[in-house]
Design a protein around this ligand. Sequence first.
Ligand code: DHB
Length: 305
Amino acid sequence: MVKPSLKVNLAGISMENPLMNASGILGLTAFSLVRLAEAGCGAVVTKSVGLKPREGNPNPVVVEVAGGLLNSMGLPNPGVEAFKTELKKALKRVRKPVLASIFGFKPEEYGELARRLDRLPLAGFELNLSCPHVEGLRELGSNPKLIRETVRRVKAATSKPVFAKLTPNVSSFVEVAEAAWKGGADGLTAVNTLRGLAIDVEAGKPFLSGVYGGLSGPALKPVALRCVYEAFETVKIPIIGCGGIFSWRDAVEFLLAGASALQVGTAIAYRGLQVFREILEGLKGYLASKGFRSLRELVGQAHRR
Ligand code: DHB
């Protein structure tokens, strides 16, 4: 029997398999990026970096809820200049494509970040257009005009592939997906976390210091799948599926819905880094049992009517 290939070409980025870490879970240090690459990721994504250092929110910043986690880190990061030093170290050691996740509060800031990082041997950029609770970023990520303008600015600053990571917190996902596509995005990441809230009944107040948080994990999966499915019918650029992928079955669902690559985040917190190998083994078994020779044959198959 022919061994099925898990190779993916994602907007020109050649990956040995479709898995990546979701930005925010690990990925701020060179060490964590190396560990992710060694755990089996086909590519790795950094934690989001902005122009200036940010301390992030005080504790508590994460709470477990039914079906996953709610987090409100507040985009902590060392700022682009300090981050560059760490990223250079990572890029020397990681033998897989590395994407830098960037965030800003205005389209120009994203352009400036891409310009400052463009000389590094990065494989591409992921634009965090979707933090659900940091004011400024929340507005930008749900405004199609600003999304289009942000992608356009980044594309003008780099020739590397640019992926727009979109929020599910909008009434029309197709509208934000189209905006990113029209702005010139090479691909989409669907989706970031859902805006949520948890209340501490003993204290009688919101659990997280940031009040609202982003919901991730199994509870997010059906929403994320729906967004991937909708975007696949509309935009003609590759989609990275993200949201509650814990098992190879989840991975297959996202591929059938139209994702060409996949990001795993919360599952790392629950299962550890071995989750990547478990998903890859399961995917190979599934492809072989169904007689597929490559992963590509699976992408979007749920749309056949
Ligand atoms: C944070 C950022 C995100 O993009 C997200 O989905 C959840 C939390 C944060 O840093 O608070």
